[in-house]
Design a protein around this ligand. Structure first.
Ligand code: C2E
Ligand code: CA
Ligand code: CA
Length: 755
């Protein structure tokens, strides 16, 4: 399932969107526009306010000037009032003074009561208006007559002058009412008046329109480019006149007043926007590139991790045994060498345990590799449960395991581990739906005492293992100094053993068994000895385990059976022809499919009835590999050979096999007999075994009878047969024959010793 995207991630992804720089640009454009608009508005307000000021100033100046002229004309009228007899010449003189002073008049006139222009100054340029009646319209006449009557000023408004051009006339009556002596009139050429009133600055910069009662009356500066939208109108406050002044600035004037700030601000902010936007774009590109790089890096890292994992898998596979899943021998050895170097520095010990499954080879050969493999897996699982940081368990191949224990401080640590290992075999192994009891034998070498390098340690652990096997299975042995020599001897012995058969170095000794009920010798156990060319007569314990290990036991076994049959044949027709011989068979011999055939062959060869031969097998054979062994033993039994269980009571608690196997005889182990008269337990067991066997219809032999008390005990408890040094040691056939003939053997309990 995909992980929900985090808020930060979303924000980052949003910021990386291509639209962001555009939005930034638009944002800045917006701000720039708003600011520019605001600044423009302010500029405009400033311009308008300037314009208002200019217009007002113009209007004020117009008013002031105009009133000055009105006042001047009024003074002339007053002078004429004061001197009614004033001549034309004197008046002209006075008028000229005024004209000189003001220079703005087109003309000054005296108009009589009948409104006819009489006197006029200057004459030149105005000649034709002399005698002109200024009350040229009813309207004008009414206005003039009103002024005459009331003595008030009359202003003509802007009119077309007789002299040409636009102009206006101020009429000031000389006396009011009946005494009226006409008017003094000041004629102004509009052009002149305007120019005079308005300064040059104004004239350059503005288009000025004077409206009379809202009707355009006069325009100044009509040509040129004007900013029409800036036109400003002010009322001119003049007596009698409804003038207004409309001022329109030239575009130059407007432009010169326009501030550079709106555009500067706009462009600056826009520039900033472009910069920010470009920076954002750049940052985005860098971030995107970074992200891409990061992604590639992650992918690379992932790939590297995968490769590493694959390599580790490979290394693990290379260091692991495919079948058992345990470390393999190669890895174990590498690890051991590493462990030794650490132990060396830490001044600690290391224990190397070589472990061999007892009788595994036999099981594997008879029950098949499938069975063997399954058993190995099961065993490995249990052993592997001991693995921890201090213990490494490896499978070395065949039926061999290796265990390394680090940080060994004392031998107790190793003993504890050995106990744990043994615990692994306490329960049977369930393989192919059958429970199998398995035991193991171990050899232990300790670093540094038993070897300073891996190879030596391994070899010595191996030697210790062989020693342990020699002592019987299901045990362990620590490597000791002497073992090296013994190992050499063992190897030599093994070599010698290969020639022993060919050189006919084996002999059988016979130990008689006495029938307690009849005090007679009816049978003897054949026990092998090796007449070693240099080492003398060797007991079976010194070479049988070796022969079992190497597989030579099968051949030796055949020889024993053949030799026993030969002996039986020899006894035929003699005083000993009633004797039966019991031979020992090791478990390994039972694995041989041809065993029964060979025994039959031996019997037939020597013409010996099968009842004369007895076969002794240890208890464990009846427990292990039941199916196969049952088959072999049944065939033997069918042949007519008796079957005895050797060393009964030491190995197994299960007695079920007694019911299933065709057992004729049961040999109570020597360990029970040795102290049967001293130890209550042994006595109880011996009695119980005798009873059990009898109840099953099986005869009982007691082994290792050395004292008369033991013999007495056995006889009292109805043990069938007895065997032991008390009666006779194992001896050559001839010795046995002699003893039998002479009757020197102890065959029963003397009457006098009986209570
Ligand atoms: P086993 O079958 O239990 O044989 C009895 C062993 O006990 C013999 O040892 C015998 O000498 C010894 N023994 C008998 N009576 C006494 C006694 O009163 N006191 C003491 N202390 N020992 C007594 P041996 O001859 O050394 O044989 C040892 C083992 O070797 C046998 O134990 C048997 O398992 C094996 N063996 C002997 N011969 C053969 C053979 O031909 N083939 C095979 N496969 N194994 C053999
Ligand atoms: Ca025996
Ligand atoms: Ca025995």
């Amino acid at each position: 399932m995909e992980k929900p995207e985090s808020v930060t991630n979303k924000v980052v992804r949003g910021l990386l969107h291509p639209v962001v720089p555009v939005l930034i640009l638009i944002f800045f454009l917006g701000i720039a526009s708003v600011l520019k608009y605001g600044l423009d508005r302010q500029d405009e307000r400033q311009i308008n306010s300037n314009l208002t000021n200019e217009s007002q100033a113009m209007a004020n100046s117009l008013e002031r000037e105009f009133l000055v002229h009105v006042e001047a004309v009024r003074r002339m009228a007053q002078r004429l009032e004061a001197r009614p007899d004033m001549t034309e010449e004197l008046w002209s003189q006075d008028a000229r003074n005024y004209l000189d002073d003001f220079g703005v008049y087109q003309a000054l006139e005296w108009i009589d009561r009948e409104f006819i222009i009489r006197w006029l100054e200057p004459l030149s340029g105005n000649e034709e208006v002399v005698g002109y009646n200024v009350a040229f319209s009813a309207e004008r006449r009414a206005a003039l007559e009103a002024a005459q009557a009331n003595g008030t000023i009359d202003i003509s408004g802007i009119i077309d002058l007789r002299q040409g051009g636009k102009g206006l006339v101020i009429y000031v009556p000389v006396y009011a009412g009946e005494r009226n002596n006409g008017f003094i009139a000041g004629v102004f050429q509009m052009d002149t008046l305007a120019r005079h009133l308005l300064t040059n600055r104004v004239l350059d910069a503005f288009y000025v329109r004077i409206s009379d009662d809202d009707a355009p009356a006069y325009e100044l500066n009509t040509g040129g480019e004007y900013a029409r939208n800036y036109a400003h109108t002010v009322d001119v406050d003049l007596p009698m006149l409804g003038w207004s002044l409309t001022v329109t600035p030239t575009t130059d004037w407007v432009n010169s007043r326009k501030s550079i700030w709106p555009w500067t601000t706009f462009i600056s902010i826009l520039f900033m926007g472009v910069l920010t936007s470009l920076t954002t774009l750049l940052v985005q590109l860098v971030l995107k590139r970074n992200r891409a790089l990061l992604k590639t890096r992650k992918e690379l890292e992932f790939e590297i991790d995968q490769r590493k994992a694959a390599q580790q898998d490979l290394a693990r596979l290379e260091s692991t045994d495919a079948l058992t899943g345990l470390a393999n021998r190669r890895f174990f050895m590498e690890d051991l060498s590493h462990t030794l170097s650490i132990a060396d520095r830490q001044m600690r010990q290391v224990a190397l345990v070589m472990l061999d499954l007892d009788r595994f080879q036999m099981l594997n050969d008879t029950l098949g590799h499938q069975f063997g493999d399954e058993l190995l897996i099961k065993v490995s699982e249990r052993l592997n449960s001991l693995s921890d940081e201090k213990v490494l368990v490896a499978y070395s191949g065949g039926d061999e395991f290796m265990i390394c224990q680090q940080h060994v401080d004392s031998l107790d640590d190793v003993i504890h581990l050995l106990g744990q290992i043994k615990q692994c075999y306490a329960e049977p192994f369930e393989v192919q739906n059958e429970a199998h009891y398995i035991t193991a034998t171990m050899g232990i070498a300790i670093y540094p005492q038993s070897g300073l390098d891996t190879d030596t340690l391994l070899r010595n652990a191996d030697i210790a293992l062989y020693r342990a096997k020699e002592q019987g299975r299901n045990t362990y042995q620590f490597y000791t100094e002497g073992m090296q020599e013994r190992e050499v001897m063992r190897l030599e012995l093994d070599k010698d053993l290969s020639h022993a058969l060919a050189n006919d170095e084996f002999v059988l000794h016979y130990q008689p068994q006495v029938n307690l009920a009849g005090a007679e010798i009816l049978s003897a156990e054949a026990l092998i000895r090796w007449q070693h060319p240099r080492r003398g007569l060797l007991p079976p314990m010194e070479f049988i385990p070796l022969a079992e290990e190497s597989g030579r036991i099968t051949e030796i076994g055949r020889w024993v059976v053949m030799a026993a049959c030969q002996q039986l044949a020899r006894w035929q027709g003699t005083a000993f022809e009633h004797l039966r011989i019991a031979v020992n068979l090791s478990g390994r011999e039972l694995d041989d499919e041809h065993l029964v055939d060979h025994i039959r062959e031996a019997l037939e060869t020597h013409n010996v009835p099968p009842e004369r031969l007895e076969v002794e097998l240890t208890e464990e054979i009846f427990i292990q590999n039941i199916e196969h062994n049952l088959n072999q033993l049944s065939r033997l039994h069918q042949l007519g050979v008796s079957l005895a269980i050797d060393d009964f009571g030491v190995g197994y608690s299960s007695l079920g096999y007694l019911r299933d196997f065709p057992v004729d005889l049961l040999k109570i182990d020597r360990s029970f007999i040795t102290e049967v008269t001293e130890r209550h337990d042994d006595a109880v067991i011996t009695r119980a075994v005798i009873n059990l066997a009898h109840n099953l219809g099986i005869q009982v032999v007691a082994e290792g009878v050395e004292t008369m008390d033991q013999l007495t005990f056995l006889k009292d408890h109805h043990c069938d047969l007895a065997q032991g040094y008390l009666i006779s040691r194992p001896v050559p056939a001839a010795t046995l024959e002699k003893a039998l003939t002479e009757g020197t053997m102890v065959t029963g309990v003397p009457v006098d010793t009986r209570i």
